[in-house]
Design a binder for this molecule. Structure first.
Ligand code: GLU
Length: 304
């Protein structure tokens, strides 16, 4: 497969879709991104790195951080994590409050906001400064020490983060948050604010493609079984309430973020990152989904 040729032609083909998406506006600092931007990168386990579009431009990874935070925390805390958060798709928007009340403060999965807050609470108990621990992991796995938080975005989200605060306080009332809610939110917003470009993100995903062993840092980040578990949850829960459509059209475990990034994993072969800030109605990058659909359809590669 000529990966460079394929992604260059995909970048050309998705251009008409760029105008159709809308950047997230509930975090004002994200609303300023022009939707006319696109980048895609593929990192392969045999050492290849291919990129097209604005591949050097860093963007806020937002909920893609949830996949890495889960991996880091599951590796450290182990199976006990699943006593506090489920593994099922929610079928509800990522920031929904309703389900949480009738399910007694146990979030459906680690990729909706409530679930990520629980994982972050566990991460604080394991690592102390959980957002810095995540930043270190991403620096090591991308090979790029300059990766950092975006404090402007984190502050913008904190100022408007009333729903996340509500989720945190509600779960605290259900005894599913151990630490302080203010500290929890600060770590969660900082983790979401991390900026990376598609090259860095694709490289950082390689340990998920390589059954937990990182070809970048040389570390065994997850057991083979845990890498399978993270990929399974990405496939079933990683793209908000559009996970069924992603499985149908893309056929890869994916994790998206409202900054317009999507990380996709082809176990045993490669990691793919795509970015375009215009989102569809369910919060996924509109051109990003189109690009990943074309990538797996034209290459014939997917998990199925
Ligand atoms: N920081 C965002 C929030 O909590 C993340 C949302 C996302 O990317 O899905 O609303």
């Amino acid at each position: 497969m000529d990966i460079q040729n394929l992604i260059d032609s995909i970048a050309h083909d998705v251009a008409p879709y760029l105008a159709q998406g809308r950047p997230a506006d509930y975090i004002p600092a994200l609303a300023q991104e022009s939707p006319q931007q696109f980048a895609m990168a593929v990192a392969t386990l045999d050492g290849g790195l291919y990129a097209t579009g604005l591949a050097d431009k860093r963007f806020s990874i937002q909920s893609i951080s949830k996949a890495f935070m889960l991996a880091h925390t599951l590796q450290r805390h182990g199976e006990a994590l699943w006593q506090r958060v489920g593994k099922e798709p929610s079928g509800n928007p990522f920031n929904s409050l309703v389900q949480l009340e009738y399910e007694h403060g146990i979030p459906r999965n680690p990729f909706i906001n409530a679930g990520a807050l629980v994982v972050t609470d566990i991460a604080i108990s394991e690592f102390g400064d959980s957002s810095s621990a995540l930043r270190s992991l991403l620096r090591e796995e991308s090979g790029e020490p300059a990766i950092d938080f975006d404090y402007v975005i984190a502050a913008s989200e904190a100022e408007h983060g009333h729903r996340n605060a509500a989720l945190g306080h509600f779960m605290k009332s259900c005894n599913n948050i151990n630490g302080g809610v203010d500290q929890l939110l600060a770590h969660y917003f900082r983790a979401c604010s991390i900026r990376m470009n598609v090259r860095e993100l694709a490289r950082a995903g390689l340990f998920l493609a390589n059954h937990g062993a990182s070809p970048v840092s040389g570390q065994q980040r997850l057991s083979r079984s845990q890498a399978k578990q993270i990929n399974a949850i990405m496939l079933t829960c990683g793209t908000y309430d559009a996970a069924g459509e992603f499985a149908y059209r893309v056929g890869l475990p994916c994790k998206s973020g409202v900054g317009g990034g999507i990380l996709a994993i082809l176990p045993g072969k490669m990691s793919i990152a795509v970015w375009s800030p215009g989102l569809d109605a369910r919060g996924n990058s509109l051109a990003g989904l189109e690009a990943l659909d074309r990538f797996t359809t034209r290459s014939g590669e997917s998990v199925f």
